[in-house]
Each structure stands twice: as C-alpha cells, then as structure tokens.
Design a protein around this ligand. Structure first.
Ligand SMILES: C[S@@+](CC[C@H](N)C(=O)[O-])C[C@H]1O[C@@H](n2cnc3c(N)ncnc32)[C@H](O)[C@@H]1O
Length: 278
C-alpha cells in the first residue's frame, strides 16, 4: 500500500491550491500563452492534484503523462479527474478530459522514478512538473534531473516543495524538538536516495541555474486556521509518528505534545519555475 493515502492527498489538495505562489503561476501562464498545445510530464502524480491545479494555466490542448510508482494512486487519480472534468472519455487505460474549454489527454504510467526518470524526461516535452515531490528526493537525484531536463531545454515547474518552516499556534517549548525529529526523519531515503527534505528547493534553484536556466521562486506556504482542524490534526499525527520512528524524544513528551489543542499552523513551501535563460 502507498505511503501516500488518497485520503491524505485529498485533505491537503485545497490548502495546496490556495498556497501556490501567484508570481510563479503567472510566469508559467505567460510562458505558454502563445502555444496551442503542450506536452507535460508530472512526476509523482498521486491523485492528479497537480494536473487539476496547473491545467488552467496552460493552453487549450494539453497532453499529460502522470507518473507514479503506485498503480492504486493512478486509479484514484483517474476517478477524481473524471469527476473534476466537465466531461470525459476513456481511451483504453487513458482518458480525455474536457474542462473549461480545454481538451486534456491523460496517460497514466506506473514507473519507479528512481530508475525511469532519465527516459521519461528524454521524451518530447514542453514542461516537466511535480507537486509536493522534491523534498522526497536526494540532492543527487535533483542534480541528475536538472541536467536531463536542461539538456532537452524543457521548462520546469516544481510546486509545494517543503522548505523547513513550521510554526504551530499556540507555540509549545517541545515544538522545536519535534520539528528537528521530523526533519531528521525527512532526510531518510524515501526511494530516491537520502532525501534533501527542506533543502530540496535550494538544490533545484542551484542546479537549474548551473545549467543555464533562469529561475523564479515564490512562497507557497500553508497558513492553516481553526477551520482546517482535520489537516492540522493530521500534520500533528504525522510529526508524532515521525518522532517515534526516528527516536530521541521520550514517549511522554510526544504524547503531551500531541494533546496540545492547536488553532493554527504555518508550513513553509517553495514553488520553482525554471526556463532556459536564452
Ligand atoms: C506527497 S505525494 C504528492 C502527490 C501529488 N503530486 C500531489 O501533489 O498531491 C508524493 C507522490 O510521489 C510518489 N512517489 C514517491 N517516490 C516515487 C518514486 N520513486 N517513483 C514514482 N513515484 C514516487 C508517491 O507515490 C506519491 O504519489
């Protein structure tokens, strides 16, 4: 079973959509404004949230390849995309969506990006994108990916890369200890080498600049309030599980920390758009 349950991805989708940097989305729209058709590769596509959020920025005809190692998530993505669209046609395993005057062909590919990224990026593409993905990847993975994308002079858009900022309301002294346990856990290997975690967006910007790209970055922080209690509680639970797994904090501290009633949370993310500089 996937580490990323569809229920968790559903819970975060509205917060993700609201958080995206408008400076970066404007740059993405502007880049493709004169195009009729774009071919897009979405890395770690989950339930298809990145397509739902990014398609409105792109031209009337789009072909998306959604790549995930979890076939179950593709099933969840297909059903959610069909509900999201104004109308849909199934074309074998793939699907054609009509949404707000756009025609969007979606191809679902099950692949482990640890071994397949180079081949996938090597296809004829206009945009390589990912959301909430790169903090899972290693610095090395990011370096190789940036080189492969740049070799093809393809545009690149990574959104909602976790950047290490985390603030709870109310603040408690154990917050810092829990955050550091969470970060130690984040740096473990999630299948793409030892994860860059909070440093991933800095590595993305550095690597694309080194390959001669112009990079635009913007904040896409979650600013969660009382009304998003379920998402806050799920974040708290995720921290507690990570802290228990990684060790170093006694069980009572973790239990006391979980039981603090929280009314808000800020979670820092960065959006990155990179295009060939000339
Ligand atoms: C945090 S989820 C984000 C999903 C989606 N992009 C979104 O924004 O809701 C990360 C996704 O990356 C996928 N993933 C992680 N490692 C992968 C790998 N090595 N190969 C393919 N997919 C991977 C997971 O299965 C999961 O769907």
């Amino acid at each position: 079973m996937s580490e990323f349950l569809p229920e968790w991805l559903d819970l975060r989708e509205p917060a993700d959509l609201r958080a995206r940097s408008s400076e970066v989305t404007n740059a993405v729209s502007a880049r493709f404004a004169l195009r009729d058709h774009v071919r897009v590769l979405d890395l770690g596509s989950g339930t298809g949230a990145n397509l739902r959020a990014t398609a409105p920025l792109l031209p009337k005809r789009q072909t998306w390849k959604l790549v995930d190692r979890e076939a179950d998530l593709h099933g969840a993505a297909k059903s959610r995309l069909i509900v999201w669209a104004d109308s849909a046609e199934c074309l074998g395993d793939d699907v054609r969506l009509h949404k707000d005057g756009r025609e969007i062909d979606v191809i679902f590919t099950v692949a482990d990006l640890a071994s397949e990224t180079k081949y996938l990026v090597d296809e004829l593409l206009d945009l390589v994108t990912a959301s909430a993905f790169f903090d899972l990847a290693s610095e090395d993975y990011i370096r190789v990916l940036a080189k492969a994308v740049s070799d093809r002079r393809t545009a690149f858009y990574a959104t909602l890369t976790y950047n290490g900022q985390r603030r709870w309301t109310p603040h408690r002294p154990a917050d810092n200890q829990m955050a550091s346990a969470f970060h130690r856990h984040q740096l473990r290997d999630k299948g793409l080498g030892n994860a860059a975690g909070p440093l991933a967006s800095a590595h993305l910007a550095d690597q694309f600049r080194l390959n001669g790209y112009a990079v635009i970055e913007g904040d896409s922080n979650w600013r969660l309030e009382r009304s998003e209690r379920m998402l806050i509680e799920e974040l708290v639970r995720g921290h507690a599980v990570a802290a228990s797994e990684i060790g170093g904090i006694d069980a009572k501290t973790i239990v006391d920390w979980i039981n603090v009633p929280r009314t808000g949370a800020v979670v820092g993310h960065t959006d990155t758009f990179a295009i060939p500089a000339s």
